[in-house]
Design a protein around this ligand. Sequence first.
Ligand code: PAF
Length: 288
Amino acid sequence: MRVIRTVDELRREVGEARRSGQRVGFVPTMGALHEGHLSLVSAARAASGVVVVSLFVNPTQFNDQADLAAYPRDEERDAALAAGAGADILFAPGVTEMYPDGYATSVHVRGVSEPLEGAHRGASHFDGVATVVTKLLVAVAPDVAWFGQKDAQQVAVVRRLVTDLGLPVRIETAPTVREPDGLAMSSRNMRLTAADRPRALALKAGLDAVAEAVASGADPRGAEAHGVDVMRERGVEPEYLALVDPGSFAPATDLALPSLAVVAAKVGDVRLIDNLPICPQPHTEEPS
Ligand code: PAF
């Protein structure tokens, strides 16, 4: 695996591979790689001739400077894991390569970026994500880019921008990878204290409670309220727990259509997110 620091060199390398007829798969990351990232790299490996993984802790998507400073960074470890999962190129630019002096452009995706994560982390979060993903997609020019379903709203924002800007790339997702006890894998999990680790399971418990309530015939707001109660019983107050339309992230109103239960909560000092697809319930006839 080659480590590349500049966009020019990346373009040369990927361009050569493309000219030799290889398909290019791309997995953008901020490092601190875990099984979730590696499942994306493996999926890209299986579907492409050349696999590019980016490693860039993007400062513009952090609304909290303490969160940015605390973000785990270990390039040697990440490079070994990416290579082991099948990456051919690790693109690991410095901040000035991505945002040179005088940089002044931002990509803003209206609508889907605004509720939930957008509202709680501030509008600048998804502006930062949309901007860096656009820059990465333009730099790598992959055939397919792979994203984790755990960051479901990020995926929806990226799909919107790819459609709106007409970027010639297919967006693929891979399912959330979980620890054996159900906790969604996240680079932030390593910051949970031993005392907080069991409480982190409240997020999945809240999502499961929403799914059970829907299966029992609850309406969307009733199902959300049940999920919130279950999380509170486990000592965790959600920032939000909502049933949404998976494309627009607007509140779900019709459970005959697929929806997504999404949750965010702080467990100790660590902010976690998770989600669960909710399948439409079979229609049952009212007794006459
Ligand atoms: O999901 C992430 O790790 C980041 O938001 C991404 C897509 C690499 C952009 O910085």
